[in-house]
Design a protein around this ligand. Structure first.
Ligand SMILES: C[S@@+](CC[C@H](N)C(=O)[O-])C[C@H]1O[C@@H](n2cnc3c(N)ncnc32)[C@H](O)[C@@H]1O
Length: 397
């Protein structure tokens, strides 16, 4: 049997993850000379591989589900398919990598993955597509909204479409600006529909403040693109016969999780990279438009508090609380994956990755592996990040 890699695969870490995926499905294989395909013996369960693999596009003559999923894309960016693109959130991780990590930690349909720093909801969408349940938590009310809209709008598509035809024609009318900017969505009874329109407004705020685009024009363009993306989501799941996983998005603090001990089957997350991004300032326009007082909510964001080197101390002690909580809620013998990078402060590289490994070990995790990953993009300040794999040891071992 020949398994061919997706044509967008370019990096060593992707080949490494592709191999780890195959191993997790107990496939015995060898990498062929081109490095773009594997040959495997005929005993592998091809139907599971076809349904789950992230880095292969073809198994013999059959395309994988993921090959088709990526085609449902309203953007020009290969990995912003389905609802992934919704809201220009800084610091998203790569959906394809998350799909492969869900495979690598062997999560099955109906099991639960936790992402205590859900951000824009990447883990939630990828788990949902594989029929894996997801608990996603974030301290930012904006992230909670974005993640809900990406995963819940599919259940209210008709209601969303009905409202779209009644709100306004698709043209620029500056008088509409005031109407759209207000909290007029409060009148929408259904929470999922209300969230959808709220996020469409937030994207327009972001487009206006970051890209200097016309607010009303951006609102209508985005809303139509969002409707098409949710439509794509529905079509993809119908055509591929996907059984979507349950998603539970919660506003909360990762330092103190309201989740029972030993209850989740896996953790995949990417916490703030120390002080690299100020998540309050980044989304200030949207958080303000949602009616939040930035000074008030700032206190609970990790990596934002304090000044100078004090920031790092606070970050480390906050994260050590989070790792203890992650350890507490994970079932024994299950895996926890953390994606993180080092920041440079006043010309000095701060070893956030090393501190993370030590802190996780102190929390009780066994450190298994570190995969180096390039951060690709011309304007990125950081060039590299790491995928850290831990396991909660079986008690008594
Ligand atoms: C690196 S981002 C996660 C991005 C996410 N992986 C994605 O693909 O969009 C880190 C997130 O941690 C959140 N955060 C910061 N402090 C937190 C806390 N105390 N509890 C939970 N989330 C927090 C931030 O709001 C931000 O969304």
């Amino acid at each position: 049997m020949i398994l061919r890699l997706q044509s967008n695969i370019q990096f060593i870490y992707e080949l490494a993850l592709a191999r780890m995926e195959l191993r997790s499905f107990a496939v015995s294989f060898r990498v062929r000379n081109s490095l773009r395909s594997f040959s495997a013996d005929g005993t592998a369960d091809t139907s599971t591989l076809k349904h789950r693999l992230a880095y292969c596009e073809k198994i013999d003559d059959d395309f994988t589900d993921y090959y088709f999923i990526q085609k449902y894309n309203q953007t020009r960016s290969v990995n912003q398919y389905l609802t992934h693109w919704i809201y220009p959130y800084k610091g998203k991780y790569h959906p394809q990598m998350i799909r492969s990590l869900l495979n690598i930690i062997r999560l099955k349909q109906g099991e639960t993955v936790l992402d205590p720093f859900i951000g824009s909801g990447t883990t939630a969408v990828e788990a949902q597509l594989l029929g894996i349940s997801c608990i996603g938590l974030d301290v930012s009310p904006l992230c909670v909204l974005i993640s809900k809209v990406k995963t819940e709008s599919i259940y209210v598509l008709e209601e969303i479409k009905n409202l779209r035809s009644s709100i306004a024609p698709n043209k620029v009318v500056s008088a509409q600006s005031d109407m759209l900017r207000g909290q007029s969505w409060d009148l929408i009874e259904d929470e999922k529909v209300r969230n959808f329109y709220n996020i469409a407004e937030m994207i327009a705020h972001s487009d206006e403040s970051r890209r200097k685009r016309d607010f009303v024009k951006s609102f209508y363009e985005n809303i139509d693109k969002m409707v098409e993306s949710v439509n794509d989501y529905r079509n993809a799941s119908k055509e591929l016969g996907l059984k979507l996983g349950d998603v539970n998005i919660i506003e909360g603090d990762a330092r103190s999780l309201d989740i029972p001990n030993n209850s989740v089957d896996g953790i995949i997350t990417s916490p703030p990279y120390s002080i690299a991004l100020n998540y309050v300032q980044n989304d200030a326009h949207s958080l303000k438009a949602l009616g939040y007082n930035l000074d008030k909510i700032k206190g609970d964001f990790i990596g934002v508090r304090g000044s100078g080197f004090e920031k790092f101390k606070l970050y480390n002690s906050d994260m050590s609380k989070c790792f203890k909580e992650m350890y507490r809620v994970l079932k024994p013998n299950k895996f926890c994956i953390i994606v993180i990078g080092n920041v440079t402060y006043q010309g000095e590289e701060i070893n956030t990755t090393g501190v993370t490994i030590d802190s996780c070990k102190k929390a009780g995790f066994q450190f298994l592996e570190k995969v180096d990953k390039i951060i690709f993009g011309l304007y990125n300040v950081m060039q590299k990040e790491y995928i850290l794999i831990f396991r909660k040891e079986i008690e008594g071992e």
